[in-house]
Write a protein that binds this ligand. Structure first.
Ligand SMILES: [Zn+2]
Length: 442
């Protein structure tokens, strides 16, 4: 009943919506997908060149014209857009006022403000729904999601009202209560940064058990910390069919831990506020994600940074063409076990967030998480980079001082770091991002 009503409304809003969700994903050969991507790229490039003076100037400076690109390989001639440029120029890049806007969490400092009009909002939602269907959930099946407090409707209500942003108030209301609350049958569980320190997993997990969800959506660090706290308190974990993690780094060992504890299949989603849903893993790909090649071109920059560069074909309100995402990754070395063609991406961390070993190797968040996850009784950990290549290591949990000293030695051994560079700070205050994220490497 709920499903019928949903698709009736969705089809009215966007013709053929139900068919697109139900048909499953299309499979293309490499040539077919490149041909499709090139067509979409050219269309977006010409639009940006013709309508957005910022891009016209940028491309002309690079010696390009409206008709410069003639084959797939030419895409690499188009200069990239950095996150800094986007932040500085975002007013110039936006075409006009949309029905709503999204703001990035500001983990890296300045926030990116992404305008969406109706068709982009619908398209993004359609992409999300396709992913959720692929992981085995359908409209009206019970689901649950962990959200940080900053996304709570009531938190944002008065600030938005004061700024006169009625469009966003209405949009968020429909999204939260009508679409997610009613049609997705979803229980949202909100948390603040106290979740990481209070050792009160039961409070957050009880609403999940009450909902009996088929699908749980959460940040991987949030689920992992709840598992660790729950195990200490003897919480009885119950099975959940599918868990989608999104928002920060999922590693192989955290994926296995989550799968084991919840008897779930874990899907890693690669998404960002400004770019949307770029890809998701499959049961055969581990934490690596299958890129949505029909909606994005994802490149890995050829420099030592391995920065992920993304072109989003859909957002004409804010065209992001060869946008440097600040994420670091690499292509998977072989084809996925599921047999799907197309790109598979392994994510490692953020461009500026790494430790340099004594042998000049870059150690990213992925490596730091994998290291600490070997120690099952460490609940919180954080490496803070100090001036002059010094590091402080903060470990919270039931470890003795001697154990912590040993962990420090192991850490330095594994990553080839001189122990004199690292200072142990037991149970110190963890540094949090403006949006409350506790990152393992700051
Ligand atoms: Zn696969």
């Amino acid at each position: 009943m709920r499903e019928k009503l949903f698709y009736m409304m969705a089809n009215l809003c966007s013709r053929g919506f139900e068919d697109r969700i139900q048909q499953g994903e299309s499979r293309y050969s490499k040539q077919e997908i490149e041909c499709l991507q090139f067509k979409k790229f050219i269309k977006l490039y010409r639009y940006a060149f013709g309508h957005i003076p910022f891009y016209k100037k940028k491309y002309e400076r690079a010696g390009l014209s409206l008709s410069s690109l003639s084959c797939y390989a030419d895409i690499k001639r188009v200069p990239c857009l950095s996150r800094q440029e986007l932040i500085e120029q975002q007013e110039l890049l936006h075409r006009r006022q949309g029905v709503t806007f999204l703001e990035s969490g500001g983990t890296t400092g300045a926030r990116v403000h992404t305008q969406l009009n109706k068709s982009i909002a619908v398209k993004r939602y359609e992409m999300l729904l396709q992913i959720l269907y692929r992981v085995g959930w359908q409209i009206s099946m019970p689901s649950a999601a962990f959200y940080s407090n900053e996304y709570r409707y009531s938190t944002n209500f008065f600030p938005l009202l004061r700024r006169g942003q009625l469009n966003k108030l209405i949009f968020d209301f429909i999204q939260q209560y009508v679409i997610y609350g009613f049609f997705h049958n979803r229980k949202n569980i909100y948390f603040g940064s106290e979740l990481f320190v209070q050792n009160n997993a039961d409070r957050y997990l009880r609403p999940v058990w009450n909902k009996k969800p088929v699908l749980l959506i959460a940040r991987p660090d949030v689920i992992t910390v709840l598992i660790k706290q729950g195990k200490i308190k003897g919480v009885d974990f119950r099975p959940i069919k599918s868990i989608v993690t999104v928002g920060n780094m999922l590693t192989e060992s955290t994926r296995s831990l989550i799968e084991e504890v919840f008897s779930a299949t874990v899907y890693n989603m690669y998404a960002s506020t400004e770019l949307g849903y770029i890809g998701v893993s499959c049961p055969g790909s581990g934490v690596s994600v299958h890129v949505d090649d029909e909606n994005y071109i994802v490149e890995v920059a050829d420099n030592d940074q391995n920065e992920i560069v993304v072109t989003d074909f859909n957002n004409y309100m804010l065209p992001l063409i060869r946008y440097k995402s600040s994420d670091v990754g690499e292509y998977a070395p072989r084809k996925c076990f599921c047999g799907r063609s197309g790109q598979v991406l392994c994510l490692r961390g953020r461009t500026r967030r790494f430790i340099l070993s004594d042998t000049e190797n870059k150690i990213y968040e992925y490596d730091v998480i994998e290291f600490f996850e070997q120690f099952k009784d460490i609940i919180n950990y954080q490496i803070v980079r100090r001036p002059d290549q010094q590091l402080s290591m903060n470990i919270g949990g039931g470890q003795s001082k001697g154990d912590k000293d040993q962990i420090l030695v192991d850490f330095c051994d594994s990553f080839k770091i001189d122990p004199r560079r690292v200072l142990l700070e037991s149970d110190g205050e963890l540094i949090r991002s403006p949006s409350g994220k506790v990152c393992c490497l700051v």
